[in-house]
Design a protein around this ligand. Structure first.
Ligand SMILES: Cc1cc2nc3c(=O)[nH]c(=O)nc-3n(C[C@H](O)[C@H](O)[C@H](O)COP(=O)(O)OP(=O)(O)OC[C@H]3O[C@@H](n4cnc5c(N)ncnc54)[C@H](O)[C@@H]3O)c2cc1C
Length: 444
């Protein structure tokens, strides 16, 4: 059996570790944090179908939710836009409980954990990744699964010819500040409880305030790293507007990064596979990546198990890349393309899009439920053309819809370069074409 190194105890890495240990491989997970410090102090929404896909039980404690999200425009005279309940059932789970649940599943299968060990780079031998460098020593394995998150030192130190690493640029990530406040008893809940405020210029970011049963969840997400006084100002404004929100911080108060760009063009190299945030596997309009990670890790583990010759090279791991793109990646790209409009958009334009019924609950619902086929089929495109006609003389909106239509069309052409069979030349061509496309639509 093979020796498999999982770099970072990310969600996907843990699922792959569990499955591969169950299949008899020797699996070692290296994580920079101590076990008791793992997981952020916050609750996350994760679709139940991802647990089913991965074939794992739900954690012990969670709440079933179908979020109903309301977008609140800048102009108070423009009605807010409430999206129907999410189509898929999700759980709302504390991140610490979820990570510990995944670790328990791994431990039951004999995965070995090394906590408090910081990885600094991959170990390369010729063209192959053959281990990890840590502050203490090097560890060698037949395959390294990179689950180190968005700033993975394994991915970022891979040589360019592997075509895996991509420079992280402006608008690829959001800086988030998450905090939970007490809820004032006897103040009735607002009419809408999951509110996303579109007050700020698109280049700034957004704020959400969720009124839960017994606490208030505030998330401030910005493209820049928000200063303390900016955060204090937003909290004050939210408290003035939300009488149910108290002033005692009861949980959270953490800063973190949310990757919101398209997935990596290439996920694999000889001896290496990336999963989760290290490969930018998030639904970029929502910033959610746990479900994608659980599913992608399942695909990766199956691909590794199918490699009976134990080559674990880019060619044998290409089936993982293909399956990921087919089931998740191409759709995630289209969501990233639509999301890409945000940095180009002012709060007034967001206002106008809602006011003129250009963006409706129907479209937002399709986007939030990742049902893009319905927006991009012949009927959806006809609706888009009609909207284009309606906004062509609107000085605020012309350009916005046509940009999306053009970008989606161009991506269809880019997509044809995806190699169905592995060859280094075709992979190189694909990665250049894919990265050039996304660079060409990037806001400055
Ligand atoms: C505020 C916020 C809200 C979010 N809400 C949701 C949500 O509701 N639903 C959802 O699905 N997703 C949500 N996400 C996204 C989600 O966190 C990620 O997409 C998801 O965790 C997948 O990331 P990952 O597990 O691959 O990486 P991570 O969670 O980043 O895990 C990486 C692991 O690698 C370790 N590591 C990093 N560097 C090293 C190193 N050098 N050496 C050793 N170990 C290392 C880290 O300590 C960490 O344990 C949210 C993210 C943020 C920031």
């Amino acid at each position: 059996m093979s020796k498999i190194i999982v770099a970072g105890a990310g969600h996907g890495g843990l699922i792959a570790a569990m499955k591969l240990a169950k299949a008899g491989h020797e699996v070692l997970v290296f994580e920079k944090n101590e076990k008791e410090n793992l997981g952020m102090a916050q609750s996350d929404t994760v679709e139940i179908s991802a647990f089913t896909y991965a074939g794992i039980p739900l954690p012990q404690e969670f709440e079933i939710v179908r979020n109903i999200i309301t977008f609140i425009p800048k102009d108070k005279d423009v009605s807010s836009l409430t999206v129907p309940p999410a189509e898929a059932e999700s759980i709302l789970v504390d991140r610490k409980i979820l990570i510990n649940h995944l670790i328990n599943l791994c431990e039951k299968q004999g995965v070995q954990f090394f906590f408090g060990v910081e990885i600094v780079a991959p170990v390369l031998l010729g063209n192959r990744v053959c281990g990890i460098k840590t502050a203490q020593q090097d560890f060698y394995g037949d395959l390294v699964i990179d689950s180190c998150g968005v700033y993975s030192p394994v991915r970022s130190n891979l040589p360019d010819y592997m075509c895996v690493n991509r420079e992280i640029k402006k608008y690829d990530t959001l800086n988030s500040y998450r905090v939970y406040f007490n809820k004032i008893p006897d103040v009735p809940d607002p009419e809408t409880t999951y509110n996303v405020y579109l007050r700020d210029d698109g280049t700034v970011g957004f704020t959400w305030l969720v009124t839960e049963k017994d606490r208030i969840d505030l998330l401030i997400s910005r493209y820049h790293d928000p200063e303390e006084d900016e955060i204090a100002e937003i909290i004050k404004a939210m408290q003035e507007e939300n009488p149910q929100m108290g002033d005692k911080i009861i949980y959270g108060e953490e800063r973190a990064i949310i990757p919101i760009a398209q997935p990596l063009a290439v996920l694999v190299a000889d001896g290496y596979a990336a999963v989760g945030d290290s490969a930018f596997m998030t639904c970029s309009i929502k910033g959610s990546g746990i479900a994608y990670s659980l599913k992608a890790a399942t695909m990766l583990a199956r691909c590794v198990m199918a490699d009976t010759l134990r080559r674990y090279d880019a060619e044998s791991l290409w089936d993982y890349q293909k399956k990921f793109y087919k089931e998740i990646g191409f759709s995630a790209c289209r969501i990233a393309i639509i999301k890409n409009i945000l940095p180009y958009m002012s709060a007034e334009q967001a206002n106008e899009l809602i006011k003129q019924n250009i963006v409706t609950t129907e479209e937002m619902s399709k986007l939030m439920n990742e049902k893009l086929d319905a927006v991009l089929n012949a009927k959806g495109m006809a609706v888009m053309k009609d909207k284009l006609k309606r906004v062509k003389d609107n000085p605020l909106l012309k350009g916005i819809i046509s940009n999306i239509a053009v970008w989606l069309g161009r991506f269809t052409v880019t997509e044809t370069a995806f190699p169905s069979k592995y060859s280094p030349q075709d992979v190189q061509k694909w990665s250049t074409k894919y990265n050039d496309f996304f660079d060409s639509i990037r806001a400055e």
